[in-house]
Design a protein around this ligand. Structure first.
Ligand code: F0G
Length: 380
C-alpha cells in the first residue's frame, strides 16, 4: 500500500464521515480535530454486581479531542462560521463549550470570546480555554446570565454565537446517534443522557430520527430547519425511548419552569433556564420517554463506581445518565432485558478536584523495598 492510499483511510472527523447527512457543501472549509468516532463500551462489572439484567453501553464522549461531546457541535458551528466569513466566535459556558470553542477557534485562526460563571467552572476546562488562547470573560453571574449576555452582544458586535442555539451545533451533535446505531446495528431500546442547556438530547433525537428516515417535530422547530432533515436511506427501523436526567438542584424540566438559582457540584449542568426547552420536550414526548433527577451524592457515587469498577472515568455531570439509568432499572421503570445506551458527556480529568475530594487515597512511604512491599501486602 502506498503512503497516500494508507492516508486515505485515516479518520478525518465527523463532517467528512457524515458529509451527506450534514448541511455542508464542497465550499465549506472543514475545521476539524478528528472529533467523533468515540467508543461505545459495554459495562461488564456493574450490572453483574448490582444483579441487573440489561445490556448497558456507555458512549464515552470524553475521548473527543477536547474531552467532551461539545467537539461534535463545534466542528460544525466553527466550519459554518468560517464559511460565512466570521473572524470571531462567542459563547456562554459552564466550561466544556468554552474549551471546545477555544480549540476550534485556534484551529480556524479566529478569536474565541468565552463567558464563564465566576468560580464555577472546573479547573481542567478553564486551563483549556486559556491554553488555546480564548479571551476568557469571567462574569459575576451564572450560566443563564452569560447566555442572556451572549444573545445581546451578538447584536452589537461582529461575533458568531456558538452555543447550541446555533442550529449547526445540533447538526454536529446528532452524529453521535448515527455512531450508536452503526455500532449496535440497531437503535437501543433506551437512550439516557444528562440534560443541562438541553442541546444534546435534542441533537440525539434528530440523529435517531434521521437514522430511521423519519422527521421529528424537533427538526422543524428551529431556525435553519429548511436544511433538515437529511432523510437518506434508513440505517435502522426504530428509535429509542429518550430519558433525560438532571441534578436535583438544577432540574427545571422536573419543576416544569426555570430555576433561578441552580446549584449542583456537577458544574457542567448548573443551568436553570435551558435554551432548547421545546426541542428537549419534543424528544421526550415523541419517544415516550421522561425526565428525572438525581442528587449530587448519587451522581458522585456513580462517577466513582464507574471509574473503580469499569475503568471509565467521566466527569460528575456525565455520571448523571448512568446514575438515573441504574435506579430506573432497579425500580423496573426500565424493563429488565433492555438494551440501553448512556452518554458520558465529558472526561473525568476535566474536574480532578471533585474526583479526589475527601479521598485518603495517597499513602507516602519510604523509598525502600521493605516499605513498598509492606504497603502492597497490607492492601492486597
Ligand atoms: N454534560 C457535560 C459534561 C456538559 O458540559 C454539558 C453542558 C452537559 C452534560 C449538558 O448538555 O447542555 O446539551 O444539555 N455543558 C455546556 C457548556 C452548557 O457550557 O459546556 P446540554
Amino acid at each position: 500500500m502506498s503512503a497516500s492510499s494508507k492516508r486515505a483511510a485515516l479518520y478525518t472527523g465527523l463532517i467528512d464521515r457524515y458529509r451527506d447527512r450534514l448541511p455542508v457543501s464542497d465550499s465549506t472549509p472543514v475545521i476539524s480535530l478528528c472529533e467523533g468516532d468515540t467508543p461505545l463500551i459495554r459495562l461488564n462489572n456493574i450490572p453483574r454486581e448490582l444483579d441487573i439484567d440489561a445490556e448497558i453501553y456507555v458512549k464515552y464522549e470524553g475521548l473527543n479531542p477536547t474531552a467532551s461531546f461539545k467537539d461534535r457541535g463545534m466542528t460544525m458551528a466553527v466550519s459554518k462560521a468560517a464559511e460565512e466569513g466570521s473572524r470571531a466566535i462567542v459563547c456562554a459556558s459552564t466550561g466544556n463549550t468554552s474549551a471546545a470553542a477555544a480549540a476550534y477557534a485556534a484551529r480556524a485562526g479566529m478569536t474565541a470570546f468565552v463567558l464563564i460563571p465566576e468560580g464555577k467552572i472546573a479547573m481542567g476546562k478553564l486551563a483549556q480555554a486559556i491554553a488555546h488562547g480564548a479571551v476568557v470573560l469571567q462574569i459575576k453571574g451564572n450560566f443563564d446570565d452569560g447566555m442572556r449576555l451572549v444573545k445581546e452582544v451578538a447584536g452589537e458586535a461582529p461575533v458568531s454565537i456558538v452555543n447550541s442555539i446555533n442550529p449547526y451545533r445540533l447538526q454536529g451533535q446528532k452524529t453521535a446517534a448515527f455512531e450508536i446505531v452503526e455500532a449496535l446495528g440497531r437503535a437501543p431500546d433506551y437512550h439516557c443522557i444528562p440534560v443541562g442547556n438541553a442541546g444534546n438530547i435534542s441533537g440525539y433525537w434528530i440523529g435517531f430520527s434521521e437514522a430511521v428516515g423519519q422527521t421529528t417535530a424537533s427538526c422543524t422547530l428551529y431556525e435553519g430547519a429548511e436544511n433538515c432533515p437529511y432523510l437518506l436511506e434508513a440505517m435502522t427501523d426504530k428509535r429509542p425511548v429518550m430519558v433525560g436526567y438532571q441534578a436535583d438542584g438544577a432540574a427545571p424540566f422536573l419543576r416544569n419552569e426555570p430555576v433561578t438559582s441552580p446549584e449542583t457540584l456537577a458544574t457542567a449542568i448548573r443551568i436553570g433556564n435551558p435554551q432548547s426547552w421545546d426541542l428537549a420536550h419534543a424528544a421526550v414526548n415523541e419517544s415516550g420517554g421522561w425526565f428525572d433527577e438525581v442528587s449530587d451524592e448519587e451522581l458522585l457515587a456513580t462517577q466513582a463506581m464507574l471509574a473503580r469498577r469499569e475503568g471509565v472515568f467521566c466527569e460528575p455531570a456525565s455520571a448523571v445518565s448512568l446514575c438515573g439509568t441504574l435506579r430506573d432499572l432497579q425500580s423496573g421503570k426500565i424493563p429488565a432485558g433492555s438494551l440501553i445506551t448512556c452518554t458520558l458527556t465529558g472526561h473525568g480529568l476535566k474536574d480532578p478536584d471533585i474526583a479526589i475530594r475527601g479521598r485518603e487515597a495517597v499513602e507516602t512511604v519510604q523509598a525502600e523495598l521493605g516499605a513498598v512491599k509492606d504497603a502492597i501486602l497490607r492492601n492486597i
